[in-house]
Design a protein. Structure first.
Length: 277
């Protein structure tokens, strides 16, 4: 009978702090999938890990900064982007990435988000969008689909949510993509691609939050939400879809468009600043 060999090390041990496992995320949460894609992209980037820095804000996704074995900053609520901008201006040689959630980045951090995109600062942003404030109890946020329920909107969210791909493309980001947690290969490849693009890049990942958004909206677990993504996702190859089509409504049997929505070569802020001086 042959013996099964158990690996003593994981390929990502040099990037992820195994001594801090198990993580705090709930069963079925999608954040760990996105963190793994980010870690793999770092290894595949050809840039030494000590030249990467990750900045996060407050919330479930904000814990990623504490799990990555690279230089990291766990900042105050909504302020991950200005910290990252300061880091990039002080140390332009570093590969600077913001990893945070939809509440942190688009609510209290919303102005920082659109103005960093407008200035086209050379910072990469990974936004895990689970449609609610997961850590604080499942309240509705700026990306909660209209009509979806939350602890602060038990009869359904009456507000129109942000359409993040169009918001960031309209603000001037050089690269904008959207995927879901079933698109593991595409997430990793687009994070890796973002590393090579000068200027502001934004990768949105739609992710399950079973105990927050899922519980309020009768989605039993993470697998059920991921199956919903598998059934409804439609790949956009040229970004040519209407704003209404890009809006997400999980209650209706509507397509969820994923892919790349902006890829341009506008000069980054750092280059324009040097030129102006």
């Amino acid at each position: 009978m042959s013996r099964i060999k158990i690996a003593s090390k994981h390929p990502l041990d040099m990037i992820i702090r195994a001594d801090r496992m198990p993580h705090i995320w709930c069963p079925g949460c999608g954040i760990g999938i996105v963190m793994r894609c980010y870690a793999q992209a770092i290894l595949d980037s050809g840039v030494a890990p000590d030249q990467h820095v990750v900045v996060s804000g407050i919330g479930c996704s904000g814990r990623v900064a504490g799990y990555m074995d690279i230089d990291s900053y766990h900042t105050t609520h909504g302020r991950a982007i200005p910290f990252a901008v300061g880091m990039k201006l002080a140390k332009p040689e570093l590969m600077t990435t913001v990893f945070s959630g939809d509440g942190d980045l688009t609510a209290i951090g919303g102005n920082h988000l659109i103005h960093a995109a407008r200035r086209n600062v050379d910072v990469n942003v990974i936004c895990v969008n689970n449609f609610n404030y997961g850590m604080t109890g499942g309240q509705v946020g700026p990306t909660t689909p209209r009509g979806a329920r939350g602890t602060t909107a038990p009869y359904g969210n009456p507000e129109l949510p942000f359409n993040l791909p169009y918001l960031l493309a309209a603000s001037g980001a050089n690269f904008v993509a959207r995927w879901t947690t079933i698109h593991v290969r595409q997430i990793k490849e687009d994070i890796l691609y973002a590393f090579t693009r000068p200027g502001f890049t934004f990768v949105e990942v739609l992710a399950p939050c079973p105990v927050g958004f899922g519980k309020s909206n009768k989605i039993d677990d993470g697998l059920e939400e991921m199956e919903l993504y598998r059934q409804r996702c439609v790949l956009v190859r040229d970004g040519d879809v209407s704003q209404d089509d890009l809006n997400i409504d999980l209650r209706e049997d509507k397509p969820i468009y994923v892919g790349r929505f902006a890829d341009q070569d506008r000069p980054p802020y750092e280059a324009m600043r040097v030129e102006a001086s």
